[in-house]
Design a protein around this ligand. Sequence first.
Ligand code: IVH
Length: 670
Amino acid sequence: MDEAFNQAKQRVDELITILDRYSYEYYVLDQPTIADSEYDKLYQELLKLEEAYPTLVQQNSPTQRVGGTLLPGFEKVEHDLPMLSLDNAFDLEGLRAFDQRVRQLVDGEVEYQCELKMDGLAVSLKYEEGRLMQAVTRGDGRVGENVTGNVRTIKAVPLTLKQPVTIEARGEIYMPKSSFIKLNSDREEQGEDVFANPRNAAAGTLRNLDPRVTASRNLNIFLYSMVQYGTLEIETQSQALSTLNDLGLRTNPERAVFQSIEDVWSYVEEYQEKRANLPYEIDGIVIKVNHFDRQEQAGYTVKAPRWAIAYKFPAEESRTVVNEIEWSVGRTGVVTPTAIMNPVQLAGTTVQRASLHNVDLIKERDIRLHDTVFVRKAGDIIPEVIRVDFEARPENSEPCQIPTHCPACSSELVHLEDEVALRCVNPKCPAQAKERLIHFVSRNAMNIDGLGEKIVIQLFERQLVKDVSDLYGLTKEQLMTLDKIADKSADNLLQSIEASKTNSLERLLFGLGIKHVGSKAARLLAEKYETIDTLKTAELEDIQSIEGIGEIIAESVAAFFELEAANELISKLKSFGVNTTYTGVKPEERSTVESVFNGKTVVITGKLEHFKRNELKESLTLLGANVTGSISKNTDILIAGADAGSKLTKAQELDIPIWNEEQLLEEIPD
Ligand code: IVH
């Protein structure tokens, strides 16, 4: 028995070594030396031995990459050394300025290492005596998430290094373009949401609580730095990268060292061209002072090293043809043009529509039907027509017809005062009424669960609901006449409609769609006046004196309550039992407990598991946060649930701290 055990033990060790080598050749070097079937045979042999002798199962065995169970969440881990970000440059001037600064700070010659700036997400890997111990995301730079379980499933990450060294290496996890396209097309087929770009897909995959999901998608990694190198002697960045490589870690072979910033610029230009043909997305070139002693001389700011800079490529542009201009009516009557174009790939997604915003923009950019145009994603993800390719303008290009009448109700359109917008001012315009309904039930307004846009449109088109108050008179029989609504879903809908009656006043105020009153203004008004009747009788000056409410909002509120139709609507809502008082905590009663959210601007995105989004919003507000809907440089924290999309991307770009639910739970217990 002992003999057999010893033999098995020896063979297990052997198999792990052989399989690791093949894996390295396949995933890191991209140069497999054996057939997949051969690998599988050896893997099966190892699996059988481990089954027969469970005590021989080693943590670093290739069979142990995927743990079978769901993770409860990601633990927060403080980085030994913060994961800094990089300053950006956008042109040659910016690079020259960087070069000058560096040369002033550093003695002697300076050499630059250029690397591709991978568009993925940063992780830090800790190896102790050659064993992978921990993988942590960047997080806010100081504290990240422990994603070891998921990172272990990435085949390019060795569980054992080629030498028993203790190091910390950092790099970028990404999803190759081809895997991203495949993943999205699978998801589309399954009726699931698609990811906006490979980076979001990588982030969603790495932060998935089921390591089997991570394992099933093709994530990859390039290591780009070593921050702790134990006993290794390393003097330059290029040496660090080749050492990482020698240890079995994957580094990007596309890198080069230059002596002058002009040569760096040529490299930048070269990759600007090559970029589209790379198998992964990059968003720039990172330029680093090569020698560590000179890096030290250059030093750091609080946020970023002075010895490195990221040159960011300009936003990607694509060319396509405008086939049609669609005009749609919003809830306030604004009529907006949208360009419908030949589908085109742009920065990782297919683009077919782009808002043209208003008539002036069409005129300014002289956009005509059949024109070839350049599109790009404005700032983050919103497709935008930037200019016409006039040289490609065909003979048959037609100036677009600016509508004179509402596409929905045919009443004459107007330009109000100095507005650029074309407006339908018919208060009975069905398109507006429909949009108002959609707004009323939406998440930040009355939040009527299950009452999606499609149902609202049916209710409206079948004339079961004409204005928002009619929602409260709907019967089960009526609901069951709708497409795809059966007994149970009708009951659920009725229940959600009923539940919305008890909403606090600010939701109703926002839901009513009073011009200029967003959810924040609605909350301020509700807090101050507490009932809709008090608000109705409030003096204009009094409303205006609320901090955060300006003249425009105040006048709009006053004008709204003078409308007969508005008052009738409010009476009808009341008669159905819809609450019109503020039921939240009054500002003066708010707990004065120290909260990390106090005074912070917070954005929430993605699917949350532990919190209902609206309740979370309320809790954060109570803790003193200002919860807003879009990311800007003023955002302090982004709370990102699963499958977060463009907001996550933008927050990452702006280096805004990103929190997950686990972090939240520590601050806001359930
Ligand atoms: S070096 C202290 N090298 O870009 C410098 N970063 O804002 C640490 N990135 O979060 C970064 N490719 O995720 C470095 N070759 C590369 C990179 C790279 C992508 C990302 C990284 C970081 C961000 C910098």
